[in-house]
Each structure stands twice: as C-alpha cells, then as structure tokens.
Design a protein around this ligand. Structure first.
Ligand SMILES: *Cc1c(COP(=O)(O)O)cnc(C)c1O
Length: 414
C-alpha cells in the first residue's frame, strides 16, 4: 500500500470523527450486503424509523380513522407537505404541492406555461431545453411540442457540464415561450445559474421551469428570491421518500390564477364535493392537483422532511461539499491513474452532490461492483456516477467504494 492510500484512510476516519452530521448515518437502515452505497442520488436509503411510522399509519391513521381520515388530514396533506418541502427550497407557503410523478407534473406545468404564452402571443412557440436533459424532460417536451405546434430549441451542452447563461441567452428571443432546465445535471452534476438564467429568460418575456430532481434536499435553493416561475422535483433521491414516492411542483403565487393545467380532475376543482356539471378550477395551488393524492406514498417522505427541517439544507450541503471533495481525492489516487476521466465540474458553485467518472470498461466494472456490495450507478455509455447523499453517507464508505472501483478497473485491464 502506498503512503497516499494510507493517508486517505486516516483522512476518512478523521473526517467522519469531525463530521457534525455523523450521527444521522445511523438513522438509516444499513443492513444487508452493501458495504458502500453511492446511489443515494437515485434512490435514498430508508430511515430506520419507518417500520414504526408505517405501523402507526396503518394501525391508527388508516385503520381506525378509515374514510374520516380524508377530512381529518389527507385532503390537506399534498399542500401541507408541499409547504414544508417548499420551505426547504425557498418557497413561502401556498405555492407547492406533492403528488403525481415528476413526469406528470412536468407535463402539467410545461403545458400550462406554453398554453399561457401562446394565448398571450401566438408567435411565442419555442421551448428551450438541454439536448442532454434527463430523458423524461426531453420526451415530455417533444410530446407537447407535437401537440401544440411548438418548436424545441435544443441547447447543445457539454456532457461534463451543463447549460450556461451564455448558451441560454443566445437561444432566447421574442419567440421563446418557456425555458426548461435542470438545476443539477443528472449526468455531470453541474449546477446551473438559476437566478441568472431566470432573469435572462424574464428579460426575453419567457417563463422558466426548473427541474430540481437532483438538487432538492442537498443544494441550497431560493425559488421565491430567485424569481423562479415554476419548478418540479422528485422525492425519492435526496429526499429519501422511497421507490416511486410522489413528486412536488412549485407554481409562483402570481402565476397561479393565469395558468390552466391540462389534467382536469375533481381534486383540482373549486368545490371538490359539489359533484358539479363542469370543471371550475380551484383558486391557488390546488388547481394543479388532479386526482386522489398518494397519501400512503408520502409516509417516508414526511419522515425525511422532518429530519431535514432539523438539520437544515445548508448543513447538508456543507457535508456534500466535503464528501465530493474527498471522493475526488480518492478517485485521483485510485481510479484516474488507470485511464478514467472525471466528467464533472471542479469544486465550487457549479458542483452538485454527485461526481461522474468515465472509462470504456465501466459497464462491466459496475456489474462486478454491485455483486460485491459496492453500489454506484452506471450511466451509458461509459459513466460511473457516484452519488453522495450527505445525511446517509460516511467518508469511510466513500473510500471503500472508490478503492473497489480501482480494483475492478485494474482487473478489467489485466
Ligand atoms: C429522476 C429524475 C426524473 C424522474 O422522473 P419520474 O417521473 O419520477 O420518473 C425526472 N427528471 C430528472 C432530471 C431526474 O433526475
């Protein structure tokens, strides 16, 4: 073993010992064969308190309150939980709701924004989006463009970075209806300039929709202060809501009255139980709801929101910065000398909470890593993505994982 490999072990131990959030790692389920979980940005670990919470929900809330539960608490739940999630991303109450998947909420908000833009000015028919955006974002936009006769303006982004203010500025015009971008790029982890791009879009008369899937819960976000119009985000990544937990949407208060979403359902109607002949949208954020909310699927999310309210997103972000910095040092020692490249931004304001390294052998390497309980994820064509979910990840765990990537890559080369 070289001195530096030993140094990294001492450094991991020292960082874990000094970590003010270290106690929280033990609050998550850590059983089974996994020795290094580096995929909390795709599916966060469950909190260890969940069996008790689910038992309470089934035994009490659902089991004893039965249908009365809707009036007592569940009808309000998408908006109460929305307000709490909103507070974590800088939104005052009354502007966020929980429900549907990210994909469905994207559809609703992109359609609402594009329809409003075209109604105000029939020449505003362009949607600006990254050509390397997450697939569902691109597919939703392509579908809506076909439905509404819009043009998609693709930004050709650097795969190791993301959309820049200059690129967006060059794509904006009096034809732009909507700019849909990711706060943190799912591939590289690049953090976009949300306030700058939002201002530029507004100067061109366009609305902006930010996808917060890879930033919610880990990157400090100020939706109200930054002037953001619309946002969506998922809750099973850094918000540990569990597989398929519902997404959230933010609609700035001043836009709510002017936007009509396309999936009209009874839960978004002005009087839900009037059983009226015609759809009349509710005032406020509730008009963006459609059907019965997925209450059961919010039990784990609520537990994580409580934890984040106590810890604070900025403390989580501080640890994320320390984890990504440490992961970078470990990669420099164990993986980059074997011919892999770091395809993520350098430390600083454009770095999110995951790092991607690229090497042609990584598809096979990832399969072998998963067999030995080291779990990063693989993103085609050649990227290993190392997600660093701050509350549930230890520095020692990061080092174990990066050492294993190096070992398996060496084995591929042999
Ligand atoms: C994870 C993710 C999604 C997920 O969409 P679902 O509808 O929840 O499957 C969407 N957009 C981005 C940028 C993501 O990272």
């Amino acid at each position: 073993m070289t001195d530096t490999a030993q140094d990294l072990r001492s450094r991991a131990a020292a960082l874990d010992a000094a970590d003010p959030l270290a106690e929280h790692a033990a609050a998550f389920v850590r059983e089974g064969d996994v020795v290094s979980y580096l995929d909390g940005n795709s599916l966060g670990r469950p909190l260890a308190s969940l069996p008790e919470r689910f038992a309470g929900f089934v035994g009490h809330d659902w089991g004893t309150r039965l249908i009365r539960g809707w009036d007592e608490q569940w009808m309000a739940r998408p908006f109460e939980l929305g307000d709490r999630l909103g507070a974590l991303v800088g939104a005052a109450p009354g502007q966020a709701l929980v429900g549907d998947s990210t994909t469905v909420l994207l559809y609703k908000l992109v359609r609402a924004a594009v329809d409003a833009a075209i109604a105000a000015d029939p020449a505003r028919t362009e949607i600006v989006i990254e050509d390397d955006s997450f697939p569902t974002d691109r597919f939703v936009v392509q579908g809506i463009a076909a439905e509404r006769g819009c043009t998609v303006r693709w930004l050709e982004v650097d795969r190791a970075a993301g959309a820049t203010l200059e690129q967006v500025g060059a794509a904006l015009s009096e034809r732009t209806a909507l700019v849909l971008l990711c706060h943190v790029a799912y591939r590289s982890g690049f953090v976009a300039d949300v306030p700058g791009i939002t201002r530029a879009a507004h100067a061109a008369g366009a609305l902006v929709l930010w996808d917060l899937c890879h930033s919610a819960g880990v990157i400090p976000t100020e939706l109200d202060a930054w002037g953001v119009d619309l946002a969506v985000g998922c809750t099973y990544k850094y918000l540990n809501g569990g597989p398929g937990s519902p997404a959230f949407a933010y609609v700035r208060a001043e836009h709510q009255g002017a936007l009509a979403q396309p999936i009209q359902g009874w839960m978004g109607a002005a009087d839900v139980f009037a059983m009226g002949a015609r759809y009349e949208p509710a005032a406020g954020i509730r008009r963006f709801a459609s059907g019965t909310p997925p209450v059961l699927a919010t039990v784990a999310l609520e537990a994580m929101v409580e934890l984040l309210e106590r810890v604070g997103v900025s403390a989580a972000h501080e640890k994320s910065v320390a984890l990504t910095g440490f992961a970078e040092a470990a990669l420099a020692q164990h993986v980059l000398p074997l011919g892999a490249r770091l395809v993520s931004p350098p430390a600083g304001p454009h770095r999110g909470s995951h790092l991607t390294v690229a090497h042609p052998a990584f598809r096979d390497v990832t399969a072998r890593l998963w067999e030995r309980g080291v779990i990063p994820d693989f993103r085609a064509p050649d990227g290993i993505r190392i997600g660093l979910s701050p509350l549930s990840t230890t520095f020692a765990e990061v080092l174990v994982g990066v050492e294993a990537i190096g070992e398996e890559l060496r084995r591929s080369a042999a």
